[in-house]
Design a protein around this ligand. Structure first.
Ligand code: SF4
Length: 376
């Protein structure tokens, strides 16, 4: 049987954060219930395509999946188990924002088999949180984190951000210190990207952002501080204690098969990618179409597969396997990318170790430039 990962998109939030361009919006109970009903239908109708797959991970992301009443979350996971073969030790993650869960909801999650919680903290400085429009304080986060441990969660991720308005190296260090002191199993640390059209982008002149140099220093501090605190960087922005690298996200970087259900969710199965519609009416029509077997998909060309193999795989600190490239595509990596690889090796940005090719620490700093060069 082949492995399959399932992503479920919950496109609802209490209110929009000022930097957010994800597919999410506030919604009332009725809208949420209608959406879950559609989702349940999509999960069931799609299952006929996955009779020869076993589910190794499930990720409920958003948006704020923890906004759903616990019973709705239970219905979604129940529907998956009724229609798919879910491995007994599958990693099942739910994203959660501080202040949107109770002790009871967290206990229910455990009952439903959810074994990984990903909490969006971003910063431990209340002024920084307020400036980016987060709904919670650091105190709210601490309550949620403590309740999660008490409920029995033994695998918790905390999301952090650098490059926030008003943030400096000292305040960022405080955030790292406080978070590492809590000893979560996993930490994701991303730099803020000013997305066009968001309130933070539109009003950027009224904020003071860290300079590019400060941003780089924060990035370097993350790696150094977390390494000293016992976390291993396994991907450009992800750090974990041994044995706690996120299995689900690694499927994306290793180009494993995953099915995305819900508004705007992406899927890739056997080198065919597709994306669900982003509007609620279009999504409802799409679910009707899936039921009628009229879904449209586009297979990736070999060239696109090679490109993805490189720029997704190089995000992992262990890099890409040159032998696997040859097995998959019937051509050596040198044959396709020889000149590019040699140039980056000469500049100290890529390094070879046996069959593996990986970014060096300096390469990680300029990873986007490198990835662009692997587009054929
Ligand atoms: S909680 Fe996440 S998804 Fe929701 S608005 Fe904020 S950043 Fe966007």
């Amino acid at each position: 049987m082949k492995n399959l990962s399932i992503y479920i998109h919950i496109p609802f939030c209490v209110r929009k954060c000022l930097y957010c361009d994800f597919l999410s919006a506030p919604a009332d109970e009725r809208k949420i219930e209608n959406y879950v009903n559609l989702l349940l239908r999509e999960i069931k109708e799609q299952s006929i395509f996955y009779g020869d797959h076993k589910v190794v991970s499930i990720f409920l992301g958003g948006g704020t999946p923890s906004l759903l009443p616990a019973e709705e979350t239970g219905r979604i996971l129940g529907r998956i188990r009724e229609n798919y073969l879910v491995e007994a030790d599958a990693e099942i993650t739910i994203e959660c924002n501080p202040g949107t869960v109770t002790a009871e909801k967290l206990k229910n999650y455990i009952t439903y088999g959810i074994n990984r919680l990903s909490i969006g903290l971003q910063s431990t400085e209340d002024e920084e949180l307020a400036r980016i429009g987060r709904i919670h304080s650091y105190g709210d986060f601490l309550k949620t984190y403590t309740m999660a441990r008490e409920a029995g969660f033994r695998n918790i991720n905390i999301d952090l951000m650098s490059g926030l308005p008003g943030q400096d190296l000292n305040s960022y260090r405080r955030t790292l210190e406080r978070v590492a002191a809590l000893s979560p199993e996993h930490i994701s640390a991303y730099s803020l990207i000013l997305e066009e059209g968001t309130p933070l982008y539109v009003n950027q002149s009224s904020y003071i952002f860290p300079t590019e140099d400060e941003d780089r220093e924060m990035y370097a501090l993350t790696g150094k501080y977390l390494a000293e605190a016992g976390y291993r960087r396994y991907e450009i922005s992800n750090y974990a204690r041994d044995g706690f690298a996120c299995r689900h996200n690694q499927v994306y970087w290793r180009r494993g098969d995953y099915a995305g259900f819900g508004l705007g969710a992406s899927s890739m199965v056997e080198n065919v990618r597709w994306k669900n519609p982003e509007g609620h009416a279009a999504y409802a029509a799409y679910v009707e179409d899936v039921a009628a077997g009229a879904e449209e998909v586009t297979p990736l060309t070999v060239r696109e597969q090679m490109e993805e193999f490189m720029f997704l795989g190089l995000r992992l600190t262990e890099g890409v396997d040159m032998g696997e490239f040859q097995r998959l595509f019937g051509k050596s990596m040198e044959e396709v990318y020889g000149k590019t690889i040699l140039e980056f090796e000469a500049q100290g940005l890529l390094v070879r170790a046996g069959e593996r090719l990986a970014l060096t620490p300096r390469g990680i700093d300029v990873s986007n430039v490198i990835f662009a060069e692997f587009l054929i």
